[in-house]
Design a protein around this ligand. Structure first.
Ligand SMILES: *Cc1c(COP(=O)(O)O)cnc(C)c1O
Length: 368
């Protein structure tokens, strides 16, 4: 059976071998007489699954020993509140938080953090329609800021930081918080530049329901008194992510994805494939003579999420219908931006992009 290619921004396609293994183990995980969903999260079998997942993630991303890996819930949006509740507390007051706003997701982060912190926008590219990134040297960072937040890959607007800023070099001693939801595990992360990275699983890791938080040890003890215990990083870390029942099945599938990533060559292979896939699609768009348009500045284009537009938007329905018939699914753009979007996560084979490019060219021949 050959499956169509799924370009969804999330929840998104998973590697086929992972789905096959999960199917084979659905009723009986390794002879124990039950499936993973039915196991106690504190039993030996599930503990071994969670420990292996954490170990493999640590290895894949080269997470240093002074960082904790937490398996949490609530998704990226919940972290927009959980991060300030854990990091923005100051005795008897509200801490300062600086955000870099580069698209829809960091915009949401700023709005949510306002409920818990004294928020300032250090830089914003809103005026330009979020088609570029502000150079770190232009960021206005406050001396008393508790942390600096950015979204390293804007899933809707398709801009991606090609490297993380070196805050101390900008005269800022506060930790950097990174929302890496939509490109985690597609490239290495320089942990010398970050204090905390979070990511919802449903883009490039596994099923919805799991949120990964990688947080430096010294940031665990700043929580505000109002922070819910189940979202308190210190308590979650102390309990090895079992403070309350974690999303067990999502952790299991994420673990299978981590094993698949290791077998496929880890971060170097994923980064190389992401470059290859995205370059092919951008080239096709750029060489279409304006029939297809991507408005993002070349140096900051995302390798994962590629929004693009038809020159003649009246063709959009025909484009999407034809794509569906050709086995190319979920290419509709986000409702806030319109147009089209192809998300090219780790599970997307190069053949999927080749099929998309063939369709783009064919559609242009018929309608151009
Ligand atoms: C999808 C996404 C989120 C939101 O994730 P939820 O799990 O829906 O809360 C946050 N940030 C980024 C960059 C995303 O792509």
């Amino acid at each position: 059976m050959s499956r169509p290619f799924n370009f969804s921004a999330g929840p998104a396609a998973l590697p086929e071998p992972v789905l096959q293994q999960a199917a084979a183990e659905m009723l009986d995980w390794r002879g124990g007489g039950m499936g993973v969903m039915e196991m106690s999260h504190r039993g030996k079998a599930f503990t071994s699954i969670a420990e292996a997942a954490e170990r493999d993630l640590r290895e894949l991303l080269a997470v240093p020993p002074n960082f904790h890996i937490l398996f949490m819930q609530g998704g990226g949006l919940a972290e927009n509140a959980i991060v300030p509740m854990n990091l923005a507390g100051v005795p008897g007051g509200v801490g300062a938080v600086d955000l870099v706003v580069t698209g829809a997701w960091s915009e949401k982060s700023a709005a949510e953090a306002q409920r818990y912190a004294d928020v300032a926008v250090a830089a914003s590219t809103q005026a330009g329609g979020y088609t570029d990134l502000p150079p770190p040297a232009t960021w206005r960072l406050r001396r008393n800021t508790r942390y600096v937040h950015l979204c390293s890959n804007e899933t809707i607007h398709g801009v991606e930081f090609q490297e993380l800023p070196d805050l101390p070099n900008l005269g800022c001693e506060a930790p950097l918080v990174v929302d890496a939801s939509s490109h985690i595990l597609s490239r290495p992360i320089d942990f010398s530049h970050v204090g905390l990275v979070f990511a919802g699983a449903q883009k490039n890791i596994g099923p919805a329901g799991l949120t990964i938080v990688v947080v430096r040890e010294d940031l665990l003890d700043r929580a505000m008194p109002c922070c819910p215990s189940a979202f308190n990083y210190r308590l979650v870390a102390q309990a090895n992510s079992m403070y309350n029942t974690p999303p067990t099945y999502s952790i299991y599938i994420a673990g299978l994805v981590f094993q698949w990533l290791k077998a496929e060559g880890g971060m170097p292979a994923m980064e190389q494939r992401a470059l290859q896939r995205s370059a092919l699609l951008y080239r096709t768009i750029d060489e279409s003579g304006g029939f297809y348009v991507n408005r993002v500045a070349r140096g900051v284009r995302s390798r994962m999420n590629i929004p693009f537009f038809l020159h003649d938007e009246r063709l959009q329905d025909a484009f999407l219908e034809g794509a569906q018939a050709a086995g190319l699914l979920q290419l509709k753009g986000h409702k806030s931006l319109g147009g089209l979007r192809a998300s090219l996560y780790n599970a997307m084979p190069l053949q999927g992009v080749q099929a998309l490019v063939a369709y783009l060219n064919e559609f242009q021949r018929r309608h151009g």
